[in-house]
Design a protein around this ligand. Structure first.
Ligand SMILES: [Zn+2]
Ligand SMILES: [Zn+2]
Length: 228
């Protein structure tokens, strides 16, 4: 569906079950041909999400993601994604001939990287095509998800292991005591054996972080889509 009201920097948007997928202009060359876009769709669907810590990532993809994070402004990161299988693309100099005449190309393998961020009403997943020498934003998913009340920020981010079991309510509540986190992951029980001044709690004090900033954080200079 290529409507008239696409956000800037987006060449196409597709419906997702609870949101939209915005295809970013920067990598249009690699996402416009149907055959490639189908591969990308699959890679996005099958993406393996890791907690946002570098230790858990495969080395090469970890380097790519580090570069993306360095250049973009990503907040509220809940997960880092790496495509389960590499994507096969004709090498750049063979791309046109392959698409136009079906000429047998030299093949290159690229990987798809992802950054998953918490938004006030759901999630935003930004995908990047890592072509070795260059990484470009390829698509952004914005999906809505109702989340339970009374979760600490860390549990909302699916970073349950780091949750200290309680949190200071957001600053517009005139309460200066900690509330128990209502997540069912067991964080309250785990917190019994943890130091009270857990440094991760810093994160929940930063009230601005949950404000929508509309940043998709593409590495290229194209503006990411604004929220609907
Ligand atoms: Zn939890
Ligand atoms: Zn919790």
């Amino acid at each position: 569906m290529t409507g008239r009201h696409l956000p800037e920097g987006v060449w196409r948007q597709d419906r997702l079950p609870n949101g939209w997928r915005y295809w970013v202009v920067a990598a249009r060359r690699y996402s416009e041909p149907e055959v490639f876009r189908a591969e990308l769709d699959t890679a996005m669907r099958e993406m393996v999400w890791h907690p946002p810590s570098w230790a858990e990532l495969p080395l090469w993809s970890g380097l790519g993601l580090q570069e993306v994070m360095r250049q973009g402004r990503f907040r509220m990161v809940a997960g880092l994604g790496v495509s389960a299988t590499p994507l096969e693309y004709p090498e750049d100099s063979h791309l046109e001939a392959y698409l136009e005449r079906g000429a047998e190309p030299y093949w290159a393998t690229y990987s798809l990287l992802g950054i998953k961020q918490l938004t006030p009403d759901g999630w935003q997943m930004t995908y990047f095509l890592d072509r070795g020498l260059e990484i470009s934003g390829v698509a952004v998913d914005v999906v809505h998800e109702q989340r339970p009340e009374g979760l600490s920020l860390l549990c909302a981010l699916n970073r349950h292991d780091e949750c200290p079991g309680s949190f200071k309510p957001r600053r517009w509540l005139p309460l200066d005591r900690r509330m128990p986190c209502r997540c069912e992951c067991g964080c309250r029980e785990r917190s019994q054996v943890r130091a009270a001044d857990d440094p991760v709690e810093q994160l929940t004090e930063d009230g601005d972080d949950l404000e929508p900033d509309g940043k998709g954080g593409t590495v290229a200079h194209d503006k990411p889509p604004s929220r609907e």
